[in-house]
Design a protein around this ligand. Structure first.
Ligand SMILES: Cc1cc2nc3c(=O)[nH]c(=O)nc-3n(C[C@H](O)[C@H](O)[C@H](O)COP(=O)(O)O)c2cc1C
Length: 227
């Protein structure tokens, strides 16, 4: 695909996670370095106490934008945290009700160290190449947690007819590990390797996050954990 199409070293939009917001009273940080609660999370409707975590990787900033939009949608229903896959998680515990994994499609699949190095050669920040959702899924924290998962990716629109998708690959790995998938894997589209996202994609991401939040609430209700 367009891996070779964008060797022009465009703007580096890869930013590190901004951790400006502090936790609400009584909440525990998921990571000392990277805790981040989505504004308006509110434990939303009636303080259900349910939690979702959006774990993303992003070399040029597009998947990060989508991750935040998904989290904004989720946060109308459950407490929602956003973390970069490369950050050390001190606290992926049994209390998480949903993990949403998102990454860029690289070479028809989830990124690997080599494809992330390719992205660095195309202008991404080297620090972002350290770890992706593939490594997150294979990590010891993820191994001890077997809760529900949803996956998304970003991909280049002009090759959308091609089969490769990081979201589908991540979903297959998660399913194999024993996770329940709460939604079909979904792709959000960028114009080219560096972006930008196509118009309307952030809205679609927010709506998808909203639907995931509804699904988590409905499941909790069915299991009697939410009135
Ligand atoms: C090394 C590399 C391989 C890529 N391979 C694919 C691919 O197979 N299919 C595709 O649609 N996009 C591919 N892309 C484009 C990425 O999907 C695109 O850069 C990504 O969606 C942008 O997200 P980000 O800004 O979060 O990194 C590739 C990009 C890079 C850097």
């Amino acid at each position: 695909m367009g891996v070779d199409e964008a060797q022009d070293g465009g703007a580096n939009l890869g930013t590190s996670c901004d951790l400006g917001r502090s936790l609400q009273p009584g909440e525990r940080a998921l990571s000392r370095r990277t805790r981040e609660v989505v504004p308006g999370y509110a434990g939303a409707r009636g303080g259900s106490g349910m939690k979702a975590m959006v774990v993303y990787e992003s070399m040029f900033g597009n998947t990060e934008e989508v991750a935040r939009a998904v989290a904004a949608g989720l946060s109308g229903h459950v407490s929602t945290y956003v973390v970069r896959a490369g950050d050390e998680l001190s606290d992926l515990d049994q209390e998480i009700d949903l993990v949403v994994l998102g990454g860029p499609t690289h070479a028809f699949s989830m990124s690997r160290p080599k494809t992330r190095e390719d992205a660095v050669r195309q202008g991404a920040a080297p620090a972002l190449a350290r770890r992706g959702i593939r490594e997150f899924l294979g990590g010891s924290r993820a191994e001890t947690w077997r809760g529900p998962v949803a996956t998304f990716d970003t991909r280049v629109a002009k090759v959308r007819h091609m089969p490769g998708s990081a979201a589908r690959k991540a979903a297959a790995v998660a399913r194999r590990q024993g996770h329940r998938l709460v939604a079909e894997p979904v792709s959000f589209y960028v114009a080219d390797t560096h972006g930008p996202l196509l118009s309307g994609e952030l809205q679609r991401a927010r709506e998808w996050g909203d639907r995931l939040g509804v699904a988590v609430e409905e499941r909790a209700r069915a299991h009697g954990s939410v009135p």
